[in-house]
Design a protein around this ligand. Structure first.
Ligand SMILES: Nc1ncnc2c1ncn2[C@@H]1O[C@H](COP(=O)(O)OP(=O)(O)OP(=O)(O)O)[C@@H](O)[C@H]1O
Ligand SMILES: [Mg+2]
Length: 268
């Protein structure tokens, strides 16, 4: 019997601009379930709503309407957050801290103390290949090194559920391979991974299942094996392009300017 770790039903998110209070529908009736131990890849063009989805799952944004449950709790519930790791799309680092001090600070926030703290930080620095850079200030790190440090930070609390928002963006091929291997090892450990990415070959290697978002709507969902071995598509890229092109044609045909610019009575 599988256990849903993420359950989303009819999720709608309107962003309201400060200027003229215009509404912008970033997510439009999203339904999604991710089971325990699954690696789920959320794909979609820029602006499709992937980061918005992760932020809603983490409780960093509030939904306009719909149901969201993460690890059996409302998003943002501290019981769920204690079991979650998160690598944001644009992680922020305290530039004057060293890699070790940065991780030490976050370990303290997670209530990891004493010898266990030192041990955990050393394990993670090794995992992301930053042991040699442990005493260098983060401001001297390259983009790839920062990304690795972000991954280490996301794993400090040994989370059951990990959110990665484009973990492989800006990395060289070695960095990409390292991140891919870390994710595969997390998967082997039975962690649930929710992953946004544009790197379709990596998604192919890592994910069990993918969903495709287009203008806030889920237009396709399936296991990677079904998609790539079902005979309809050569690879994930062909699947992605076929779905997005069809959805975009449909969108243009209707001449519909929603859901990107929705103005509602009473909003102004
Ligand atoms: N705080 C905000 N206020 C207003 N609009 C927003 C806000 N955050 C996101 N949006 C809009 O919502 C839509 C979805 O954004 P989101 O960041 O979720 O896209 P994404 O799929 O993660 O894109 P990318 O691949 O570029 O990271 C975009 O059109 C974006 O402009
Ligand atoms: Mg994004």
């Amino acid at each position: 019997m599988t256990e849903p770790v993420i359950h989303v039903h009819g999720l709608v998110k309107d962003h309201v601009s400060n200027f003229l209070r215009k509404r912008f529908r970033a997510l439009d009736g999203l339904n999604l379930t991710v089971q325990k131990g699954e690696t789920f890849g959320l794909l979609g063009p820029n602006g499709a709503g992937k980061t918005t989805t992760q932020k809603l799952l983490l409780g960093l944004l509030k939904p306009t309407s719909g149901v969201v449950q993460v690890l059996g709790h409302e998003p943002g519930d501290h019981r769920a957050l204690a079991r979650i790791g998160f690598l944001p799309e644009n992680p922020y680092f305290y530039a004057y801290l060293t890699a070790y001090e940065f991780l030490d600070f976050f370990a303290a926030l997670f209530d990891i103390h004493g010898a266990r703290r030192k041990e955990r930080i050393a394990e993670l620095l090794k995992l992301v290949n930053l042991t040699e850079a442990r005493d260098r200030p983060v401001r001297k790190f390259s983009k790839g090194m920062m990304q690795r440090l972000g991954v280490a930070q996301a794993l400090l609390n040994d989370p059951d559920l990990v959110f990665f928002d484009e973990p492989n963006s800006g990395l060289d091929p070695i960095g990409r391979r390292d991140i891919r291997n870390i994710m595969l090892s997390l998967k082997e450990q039975g962690k649930t991974i929710f992953f946004n990415s544009h790197m379709l070959p990596d998604v192919r290697d890592i994910c069990d299942r993918v969903g495709v978002l287009h203008r806030g709507k889920l237009i396709g969902e399936g296991t990677v094996d079904e998609i790539c071995s079902g005979g309809n598509y050569q690879d994930l890229e062909e699947y992605f392009m076929t779905l997005i092109n069809a959805a975009e044609d449909e969108y243009r045909k209707t001449g519909n300017v929603t859901p990107y610019h929705i103005e509602r009575e009473g909003v102004r």
